[in-house]
Design a protein around this ligand. Structure first.
Ligand code: FDA
Length: 286
């Protein structure tokens, strides 16, 4: 179950997955799994892991032109450490170090979105880092009520914005909770980003939203946006889109701390729970 969605535990596993995807004509963003760090040493260690990863990717020729980039969760590098100001400073410093290393190697970092309590700080960190490293990416979650306004504000020249539905359980005061409302919000944000001069990164496996993106993309310059999907989900669709000449980037998680990530993926796909149950049963009773 785990290996379907997670590339492995080590940098070597991540680099191997990146090589395979690049050979298939896909772009890659790598995520070192782990979140909600409440330990300063661990936060320093996560930042160090990203630096080592970037060095290995560059040594293998994978970082040129941003073909393989990295995605970082602010809470993994210290956002929740100490008081809110201290936490934000720590996360910004660590993501800044990762962005500096990435830029020096021809690639960049995208700041992942977590639950709504982290949205303001995460967007501020990405905005401040963009001033120095213009390729730094931001992530918006269509489920949040605020996001349409955020999308309009970020649909500006030079921005790289990933749009996803949002993977966190949010209160109804902050978020749409009905699937159709989330999809409608996604379509509005999608249009705002695709109408703007930035570089939209459209992260979804949803066939209808992919079709709308492809249609809106017809009136944009070639290569001015990309599709993004998760490792192990709809690989045939990833290949099909890439074969049309579209930019397609695969989000590849790796590392030992895969539990939270896997649970979010399973919750989105209840059919997978049957697979999980079967994989836990002794072989003889399958
Ligand atoms: P949804 O889950 O509604 O699925 C729509 C359709 O896609 C399904 O009906 C099915 O056809 C197909 N599908 C979905 N899952 C499938 C599966 N396992 N196997 C086969 N088909 C499947 N979230 C977040 O909060 N912060 C973040 O930073 C990110 N980052 C991110 C990066 C990238 C590249 C992606 C693709 C996604 C994220 N997400 C995320 C996760 C995102 O918010 C969302 O939880 C998942 O992508 C699932 O939403 P979909 O848009 O795929 O739609």
């Amino acid at each position: 179950m785990v290996s379907r969605y997670v590339a492995g535990e080590t940098i070597a596993d991540a680099v191997r997955a990146a090589h395979e995807l690049r050979k298939a004509g896909l772009l890659v963003t790598l995520d070192y799994l782990g979140e909600d760090t409440t330990d300063a040493t661990r936060a320093v260690g996560v930042a160090g892991e990203y630096i080592s990863l970037l060095e290995k990717l560059a040594a293998d020729g994978l970082t040129a032109d941003g073909a393989v980039e990295v995605s970082v969760k602010p809470t993994a590098v210290g956002l929740l450490l100490g008081d809110p100001e201290q936490g934000e400073r720590t996360a910004r410093e660590h993501i800044g170090q990762i962005a500096a290393k990435a830029a020096s190697l021809g690639t960049t970092v995208t700041v992942d979105a977590e639950d709504h309590r982290t949205t303001d700080a995460s967007q501020r960190i990405a905005r401040e880092l963009r001033a120095q490293y213009p390729q730094v990416g931001t992530v918006l979650q269509a489920a949040l009520r605020r996001t349409e306004a955020d999308a309009r504000a970020l649909a500006a020249a030079g921005t790289r914005v990933r749009l996803c539905k949002g993977a966190y359980n949010e209160p109804v005061s902050e978020a749409f909770t009905d699937r159709h409302d989330i999809d409608k919000s996604y379509a509005r944000c999608l249009r705002a980003l695709m109408d703007g001069p930035g570089y939209p990164m459209i992260a979804t496996h949803d066939p209808r939203l992919i079709a709308i993106t492809a249609a809106l993309g017809l009136s944009r310059p070639a290569g001015s946006f990309e599709f993004q999907m998760l490792y192990g989900i709809r690989p045939d669709e990833q290949a099909r889109l890439a074969a049309t000449g579209a930019h397609v980037r695969v989000y590849v998680p790796y590392g030992g701390d895969w539990y939270g990530y896997l649970v979010r993926r399973l919750a989105e796909r209840p059919a997978s729970l049957g697979l999980l149950a079967r994989s836990l049963l002794p072989r003889v009773s399958r």
